[in-house]
Design a protein around this ligand. Structure first.
Ligand SMILES: NC(=O)c1ccc[n+]([C@@H]2O[C@H](COP(=O)([O-])OP(=O)(O)OC[C@H]3O[C@@H](n4cnc5c(N)ncnc54)[C@H](OP(=O)(O)O)[C@@H]3O)[C@@H](O)[C@H]2O)c1
Length: 333
């Protein structure tokens, strides 16, 4: 049987993914011991994977080698298994391949059997997935947000940020978001009803941030110059939970805050966090997220692109700001 998949031919320059990834077809190899075959129904587009496409050796994981299939989270049914605990028909999520099929080592890929009774399986990528785990961990554990505190989230209309602002509010905090453009800010303020949204593309970010009057927690997805604008507006003993550095991913820049001295002046704690470090707490995090989600208190808009051949257009949205909520590629019929 043949598999179509996106092969990494070259390292991308900026957001030119078409020059770097090519859609190819190759026969599926027989399964090795410990592997499962998944018929992908959905691919998750995750901004962090942009780092894996660079040649940086000092990242939180080594670069993906050229010539292999692009790796990312997938959802789908197991069709064949040589791994204990997985059988044909199981719905699973795993770090698989951007293709019609994924062939993965069940352990190495973090393959997880999912409850098929969840009515919209896309939730396993959003509120019940890595974005949900990351948002909850970053607000509650790394950010140590307490009821009544002001929590600011950057890239707040994206998958991780949209969950982080809602979780902050669910934990009794006053949630503020930063996003690009009036439509995103209107979504955050009017649809989600958070305390306020700052449009970083609309000029004077500092003046907009000043309206909130100081933040106790900054859940940062972006880094770059926005971090400087926030550093000077943190309350004393505030916490900056560094989730991602989107400003650096495509540009190749390194975030180097000019206002770093505010860490001392305001006695701030700055700490990065990374979801694979707390994978073992996934079931507990999922249970809490699922309760909020099923009660309608934790919502996720989906930005869905249909067809494997359109994957790169979906992926680019993460870096150009074309999405509200979780970007997903839907495969099959
Ligand atoms: N630490 C972890 O374990 C972990 C796990 C998952 C995700 N993350 C991080 O979470 C962040 C969000 O990832 P995601 O997959 O959920 O993507 P996403 O938020 O759905 O999409 C990315 C959004 O970021 C904004 N953005 C892009 N470039 C920007 C820039 N230079 N400055 C400001 N905003 C920019 C865009 O919205 P605008 O229109 O608002 O610009 C875009 O829609 C990433 O930094 C990712 O690395 C970390």
């Amino acid at each position: 049987m043949a598999n179509r998949f996106w092969r990494i031919a070259r390292r991308p320059e900026g957001n030119d993914f078409a020059a770097a990834l090519e859609l190819v077809e190759a026969p599926l190899a027989p399964l090795a011991e410990g592997e499962v075959r998944i018929r992908n129904s959905h691919l998750s587009m995750d901004a962090g994977t942009r780092l894996w496409l660079t040649s940086r050796e000092d990242g939180y994981q080594p670069p993906l080698p050229l010539g292999i299939a692009m790796t990312g989270l997938v959802l789908g049914e197991v069709t064949e298994s040589r791994a204990e605990g997985f059988a044909p028909g199981d719905l699973v999520r795993a770090f698989g391949q951007w293709g019609d099929w994924s062939t993965v080592d069940a352990v190495m890929s973090g393959a997880l059997k999912l409850d098929p009774s969840v009515s919209d399986r896309r939730a396993w990528f959003g509120p019940l997935g890595m974005n949900g785990w990351t948002a909850l961990w970053g607000v509650e554990r790394t950010g140590a947000a307490k009821p009544g505190e002001k929590v600011l989230v950057s890239a707040a209309a994206g998958a991780t940020g949209i969950l982080a602002v809602q979780i902050a509010r669910l934990l009794g905090c006053e949630a503020w978001g930063i996003a690009g453009g009036a439509a995103k800010c209107a979504y955050l303020a009017d649809e989600l009803g958070i305390a306020g949204a700052v449009d970083y593309k609309a000029g004077d970010v500092g003046a907009q941030l000043d309206k909130a009057g100081g933040f106790d927690v900054y859940f940062d997805n972006v880094g770059g110059p926005l971090l400087d604008a926030v550093l000077t507006r943190m309350n004393h003993y505030g916490r900056i939970a560094v989730c991602g550095l989107l400003a650096d991913y495509s540009s190749g820049n390194r975030t180097a805050p000019k206002e770093f001295d505010q860490v001392l002046m305001r006695r701030l704690r700055v700490e990065g966090f990374f979801s694979p470090d707390f994978m073992h707490e996934g079931p507990v995090l999922t249970e809490r997220l699922r309760a909020w989600h099923e009660a309608g208190d934790l919502v996720m808009p989906y930005d869905v692109t249909r067809g494997l051949e359109n994957t790169l257009a979906a992926y680019a949205k993460l870096f150009t700001g074309g999405n509200i909520g979780k970007v997903i590629v839907e495969l099959g019929t």
